[in-house]
Design a protein around this ligand. Structure first.
Ligand code: PLP
Length: 384
């Protein structure tokens, strides 16, 4: 039996008639851009995230870029963020002409470490620092209170990258609802995934919301009236209709992910891999189920991944290289050792298959394959 990393077909089968009806409705209306479908989904998302405003945009990257622009962050400004993330987090900062300033992560949660920010504060905070951009990586919420506290003390904005964390909570607060702005991606494999690209910004600030609405649609104040220079960054009606069908299922789907994660944790407890932890008071939504190999570096991890793939297990790496070591950011001049924890994580993390529709047999298949690969390869001596 092959177990893929994610299985979007399995999810489609569970909601096929509702999705097909929503798609047929959009084609019957032939109203494809913004409109009532997008507005209805925005209202549902605002309600779900317990915020006043939600603005549908064309991707998670667009959400981050417009969020930064709405906060007047631009050329010459600096934004503190994590080097252990998908490149889009930093790219959005670069898109507005600002500079990402990286800070190291917590080795247990893989998220921006508030203590590391405090320790490096005099080095990283300058008169140009305008915001902190924490990422709720893999679906694990960032420890937000200390981040919000640092931001308040230094007059900084907080923009949450909640692209991987819809439905996650920190002390009862939904990911995306704690900072000035929260940004989501609806990339198809996300916990709430569209039938193409899509994104959303959520906020309680009406001025920020109004600016983002303008920016996403050519700065349009009426059909051919343009109050500012904007973009074609709108969420389309087809995506809104599909996502509107899926949103009512998100809590059950996240619960299923959590159940798979806890079964994996128990099955892998005796094995030489480090299983994910859930921060106290938080609800992790396991966009990725990420283990770290306990012995060996990137070579051993890569060998384990290849061995699992040879057994039909869709293992993957999120992410094999930290952002500051990507060629795209070579200009920052941040060499190896700049952020040792993030770099060690990038060398040793391994994502195992996880998706709501996964069966108990599939989970067992993954655990057995991992056990077999660890025993038969010189990767990590102890068996599961
Ligand atoms: C942490 C993170 N930030 C930003 C993005 C960008 O989202 P999108 O691909 O929708 O532009 C993603 C999605 O891949 C992500 O995982």
């Amino acid at each position: 039996m092959a177990v893929p990393l994610v299985d979007l077909k399995a999810q489609y089968q569970t909601i096929k008639s509702d999705i097909d009806a929503a798609v047929a409705r959009i084609f019957a209306q032939t109203s494809f851009i913004l409109g009532a479908e997008v507005q209805a989904f925005e209202e549902a998302m605002a309600d779900y995230c317990n915020v006043d405003h939600a603005i549908g945009v064309s991707s998670g990257t667009a959400a981050l870029q417009l969020g930064l622009m709405a906060c007047d962050i631009g050329p010459g400004d600096e934004v503190i963020t994590t080097p252990l993330t998908f490149i889009a987090t930093a790219a959005a900062i670069s898109h507005v002409g600002a500079r990402p300033v990286f800070c190291d992560v917590d080795p247990q949660t893989y998220n921006l470490d508030p203590a590391a920010i405090e320790a490096a504060i005099t080095a990283i905070i300058s008169p140009r620092t305008r915001a902190i951009l924490p990422v709720h990586l893999y679906g694990q919420p960032v420890d937000m209170d200390p981040i919000l506290d640092i931001a308040a003390r230094h007059g900084l904005r907080v923009i949450e990258d909640a692209c991987q964390a819809i439905g996650a909570t920190c002390q009862g607060h939904k990911a995306g609802s704690m900072g000035d702005l929260g940004c989501f991606s609806f990339y198809p494999s996300k916990n709430l995934g569209g039938a193409g690209d899509g994104g959303m910004v959520v906020t309680n600030d009406p001025d920020l919301a109004a600016r983002i609405r303008l920016y996403r649609d050519h700065g349009r104040t009426d059909h051919y009236g343009h109050g500012c220079v904007g973009f074609t960054y709108r969420l389309d009606a087809l995506q809104a209709a599909v996502l509107g069908v899926k949103l009512p299922h998100i809590d059950a789907w996240n619960d299923a992910r959590r159940a798979h994660a806890s079964t994996y944790n128990a099955a892998l407890a005796a094995c030489d891999v480090i299983t994910p932890v859930e921060m106290e008071g938080c609800r992790h939504v396991y966009h990725c189920y990420v283990v770290r190999i306990a012995n060996g570096g990137a070579e051993a991890r890569d060998a384990l991944m290849q061995a699992l793939r040879a057994q039909g297990i869709g293992a993957s790496i999120h992410y094999p290289q930290t952002v500051h070591r990507q060629p795209a950011y070579a200009g920052l001049g941040l060499g190896p050792g700049s952020f040792p924890v993030a770099e060690a994580c990038a060398e040793t993390v391994l994502s195992l298959p996880i998706y709501p529709e996964m069966t108990a047999d599939q989970r067992e298949e993954v655990v057995d394959a991992l056990n077999h690969c660890l025993q038969t390869h010189d990767i990590a001596p102890a068996a599961c």
